[in-house]
Design a protein around this ligand. Structure first.
Ligand code: NAD
Length: 256
């Protein structure tokens, strides 16, 4: 259904970004995948996606903490019908102890990168008369948790950017929406488990069940495949009039 469309997915050599890359390639889109590293395995990942799905896939290294790299990523892609702003990092600490450099990095990667890539991509979408911006926000874009000040601020911010992008492109064949995942067991979440085990003096299983999934009424992690399927839906004709809004894929988190 997306044959001939070109997609750029930031932060897509792992986790949700890679799941969305798989789903868009599965639907026939050509891809540019990205992270800040430039390793042989990153380029091998692009070759593997291309071979399995019969689409064109390029890996472009660019650091989403730097505005000029964000814009260069879109320029190097050359075409961008579908932009998925997914790159993100996390740091957990009380506000009084929160390192200022971590605050700046989270705001840059999780929020400002989407401003820069969107600014670079919209002229290409306008020229094509069609476009999709899919921002990966979070349940933390709609609700808060203690000790995640920068992350919650950035994710609330990207939902605001989503609404403004939708208004500025309304009626032009371009939509902009945010997906709000609950917990998905990816490296960003895996990395929080050891700290939580120490903080709560709990086993891995108890941290997952009693701390993480306590917020998620389904008691189950969401999956990267479900994020991919949601992104493909937002790129479909059924979603032509869906713009400026959020889709939660969170097992009921935000209904609580
Ligand atoms: P992840 O750590 O597997 O993926 C993050 C991706 O961003 C990786 O590909 C990483 O290489 C890339 N990245 C990090 N810093 C970058 C930089 N400076 N430049 C370019 N790329 C960079 O984690 P994930 O869970 O797949 O997270 C993806 C997105 O989903 C993030 O925005 C995250 O906030 C969001 N999210 C995740 C969850 C979850 O439970 N996993 C829940 C809600 C939202």
């Amino acid at each position: 259904a997306l044959a001939g469309r070109a997609a750029v997915i930031t932060g897509s050599n792992s986790g949700i970004g890679l799941g969305i890359a798989e789903a868009l390639a599965g639907a026939g889109a050509d891809l540019v995948i990205n992270s800040f590293t430039d390793r042989e395995e990153d380029h091998a990942l692009a070759r593997d996606l291309a071979a399995r799905h019969g689409v064109e896939v390029r890996y472009v290294a660019a650091d989403m903490s730097k505005g000029e790299d964000c814009r260069r990523l879109i320029e190097q892609a050359g075409r961008c019908d579908i932009l998925v702003n997914n790159a993100g990092i996390q740091h957990v600490a009380p506000i009084t102890d929160f390192p200022a450099d971590k605050w700046d990095a989270i705001i840059a990667i999780n929020l400002s990168s989407a401003f820069h890539t969107t600014a670079a991509a919209l002229p290409m979408m306008r020229a094509a008369g069609w476009g999709r911006v899919v921002n990966i926000a979070s349940a933390h874009g709609l609700t808060a948790s203690p000790f995640k000040s920068a992350y919650v601020a950035a994710k609330h911010g990207i939902i605001g950017l989503t609404k403004v992008t939708a208004l500025e492109t309304a009626g032009e064949g371009i939509t902009c929406n945010a997906i709000c995942p609950g917990y998905v067991l990816t490296p960003i979440v895996e990395a929080q488990i050891p700290d939580q085990m120490k903080t709560h003096n709990m086993s891995r299983e108890d941290v997952i069940a009693k701390v993480m999934l306590a917020r998620q009424p389904s008691g189950q992690f969401a999956t990267v495949e479900q994020m991919g399927g949601t992104a493909v839906f937002l790129c479909s004709g059924a979603a032509d009039q869906i713009t400026g809004t959020t889709i939660s894929v969170d097992g009921g988190w935000t209904a609580l």
